[in-house]
Ligand binder design. Structure first.
Ligand SMILES: C[S@@+](CC[C@H](N)C(=O)[O-])C[C@H]1O[C@@H](n2cnc3c(N)ncnc32)[C@H](O)[C@@H]1O
Length: 385
């Protein structure tokens, strides 16, 4: 029923235009009011849903990142936390618990900017007692503190393009009786200029005719709006993604779109419109350049594994082992410890999230503190930006 209404909405737009840009299709699929993947009431997260994110895997993720927040809030002498895209509220819950466990100065405020009414309701039920506040748009007032986004930027709509002997083509979505299908249209000027600029920076063509990839035109504006509100502090972005040379590697010639439906991952966004998650990897070089333009400093770029190791994930796990009898004492404790140990592997192993999720830190007026943030004390990938 819901799927039929959503498909009618998308088909209606396609009938008006003949075909719609992939970015419009992705926006409708994820965010159409009341019908989109994020805006409707489907499960999305966890065993009943379609995918699992780091805060859902283990509280150790939020606990580690809280330690990074604590360092920044100490340097600032206070400040607030603005989380963008809070999911089920799991991150906020474990982060606030860790700050309180460590007797760290509580953030002045913890706010979540959440565009999905369904997820906002779920977060409210879980987090209202903790004093969390919600926003539907960026705050009016400038603030000091931390902006945090985990797996949010990969949900910003992208253009999909293809190189052809005639030039750059923009992949649009059309429809026939059997379903939705791709059609190529000549690329608009902004997309052509993007491809030319990337080729100029890389000093090579992206690939041969047929090469396909993505571009997120709203990325610079997204970061610019955040930066405009941050007087002093850190923007911390975790996401699946690469630096530009890896993103537009000649071998990555089918692009980076990833869809999730009931824990199955595939790369066809035209099936199950609004019923499956659609993401595109993040071009972290574009994000860093947008930060430069917005007057933010590059604080560090690393993998999720190195970030969490820098924040002490193995020490936290060892503490749990002692508290819970992980060395074989209490049977229940031992089982819980094994679950935590398994989660740490998922969060840090290269073939899992450890290498594939990257972390970019951008700062404003962090002075000497920027050079010593614990999440960026391990292996750095700044030269890949
Ligand atoms: C994949 S979920 C990640 C949730 C959470 N950060 C986590 O790690 O579990 C994406 C989240 O971002 C929200 N979202 C998507 N686009 C957004 C945007 N433009 N601004 C704010 N939130 C957004 C979604 O509603 C959802 O809460």
């Amino acid at each position: 029923m819901h799927g039929r209404r959503a498909e009618n909405l998308i088909r209606g737009r396609i009938e008006e235009e003949g075909a719609i840009a992939f970015s419009e299709y992705m926006e409708l699929c994820l965010n159409a009011p009341g019908l989109g993947y994020y805006t409707a009431g489907n499960a999305k997260f966890g065993p009943e849903g379609d995918f699992v994110t780091a805060p859902e895997i283990s509280t150790l993720f939020g606990r580690c990142v809280a330690r990074q927040f604590e360092e920044v809030l100490d340097f600032l002498g206070g400040g607030e936390i603005l989380e963008i895209g809070g999911g089920t509220g799991a991150f906020a819950e474990s982060c606030l618990a860790e700050l309180s466990r460590r007797d760290a100065a509580a953030p002045r405020r913890y706010r979540i900017l959440e565009t999905s009414p369904d997820l906002r309701d779920r977060q409210r039920r879980r987090l209202e007692p903790l004093g969390v506040e919600w926003l539907e748009a960026l705050p009016e007032d400038p603030f000091d503190g931390i902006v945090f986004a985990n797996e949010v930027v990969d949900a910003l709509p992208v253009e999909r393009f293809r190189l052809s002997p005639e030039g750059v083509e923009s992949m649009h979505v059309a429809a026939n009786l059997e379903g939705l299908r791709w059609v190529a249209r000549p690329a608009a000027r902004a997309l052509r200029e993007h491809v030319r600029a990337v080729e100029g920076r890389l000093g090579r063509p992206l690939g041969a005719a047929g090469y396909e990839s993505e571009w997120c035109p709203s990325l610079p504006g997204w970061l610019e709006a955040i930066a405009a509100h941050l007087r002093q502090g850190l923007v911390l972005v975790f996401d699946y993604g690469y630096g530009e040379a890896e993103y537009y590697h000649p071998d990555r010639d089918r692009g980076t779109l990833r869809c999730h439906y009931r824990h199955r991952r595939h790369d066809d966004p035209l099936i199950l419109p609004t019923l499956q998650d659609i993401t595109a990897s993040v071009d972290f070089s574009a994000l860093a350049r947008a930060g430069d333009a917005a007057g933010l400093d590059r604080v560090g770029f690393t993998t999720q594994a190195w970030f969490l190791l820098g924040c002490g994930i193995t020490h936290l796990l060892a503490e749990l082992g002692i508290d819970e009898g992980g060395a074989g004492g209490q049977p229940h404790g031992g089982a819980r410890y094994a679950a935590h140990a398994h989660a740490v592997r998922q969060l840090t192993l290269p073939g899992e999230m450890g290498e594939r999720v990257r972390v970019l830190g951008l700062g404003r007026a962090l002075g000497g503190a920027a050079a010593t943030l614990r999440g960026f004390t391990g292996r750095r990938l700044d030269d890949r930006l």
